[in-house]
Ligand binder design. Structure first.
Ligand SMILES: CC(C)(COP(=O)(O)OP(=O)(O)OC[C@H]1O[C@@H](n2cnc3c(N)ncnc32)[C@H](O)[C@@H]1OP(=O)(O)O)[C@@H](O)C(=O)NCCC(=O)NCCS
Length: 182
């Protein structure tokens, strides 16, 4: 993620959330939060690259907290968020994360399905957490230092694409991931 990308990321956020992050929040993560991992997905279009999704992960000691992830509505269900989550979790593990956590709206079944693909499980609930409609937050976690499949560490499972759906992913235009630590 680069400062040039922030305008498009903010637009995608507005299309994706009832309480989107302001542009200044992405700028802060990019320029001033050393514990932030930020990635964008770009579609490689004939007219040039276009930012179509992003993820921000906060590294807090050995915990990777998924702060936000969103994909442009025109590019959903093509495996973009799976690629974003995979690259960010891989980097988090390489930086010492042993646990990943997140909060998700109780009614956001699409996102919960995404996280379940990555072996996240529900571990708690925060009542009336979201201020706009008093919706509950579901807390989900996955241990990154335990096997994800028999004889396979979580990192090995990630790198083997264990979360993917071979019949659907990578359809359409090529997706390029760009980012890393802030
Ligand atoms: C949630 C979101 C990031 C998913 O992005 P995406 O690129 O469309 O997701 P993918 O194509 O990578 O799909 C990943 C998995 O998520 C699940 N999923 C995604 N969209 C879904 C939907 N509409 N209904 C059910 N499951 C869905 C599926 O399990 C899917 O895997 P599969 O296609 O192999 O079955 C996207 O819908 C979005 O930006 N939503 C608004 C923002 C948001 O809710 N962010 C999460 C906040 S906690």
């Amino acid at each position: 993620m680069r400062l040039d990308d922030v305008e498009q990321i903010t637009l995608i956020d507005r299309l994706s959330f009832s309480m989107p992050w302001p542009e200044s929040a992405f700028r802060y993560e990019l320029t001033s939060n050393p514990g932030s991992l930020l990635w964008v997905a770009e579609a490689d279009l004939a007219e040039g690259p276009r930012v179509i999704g992003s993820i921000v992960v906060w590294m807090i000691l050995d915990e990777a907290h998924i702060a936000t992830i969103a994909v442009h509505p025109d590019y959903r269900r093509r495996g973009v968020s799976k690629q974003l989550l995979a690259v960010a979790l891989r980097q988090a593990i390489q930086q010492g994360a042993t646990l990943a956590t997140l909060e998700v709206r109780a009614g956001n079944l699409a996102a919960q399905a995404l996280y379940r693909r990555f072996r996240f499980e529900i571990v708690g609930r925060r009542s009336r957490y979201y201020r706009d409609n008093n919706e509950d937050a579901i807390i989900m976690t996955v241990r990154l230092n335990q096997p994800a499949a028999p004889g396979q560490s979580y990192l090995e499972w990630l790198e083997s694409g264990g979360y993917a759906n071979a019949s659907q992913d990578s359809s359409g235009s090529a997706i390029v991931l760009k980012g890393g630590a802030s």
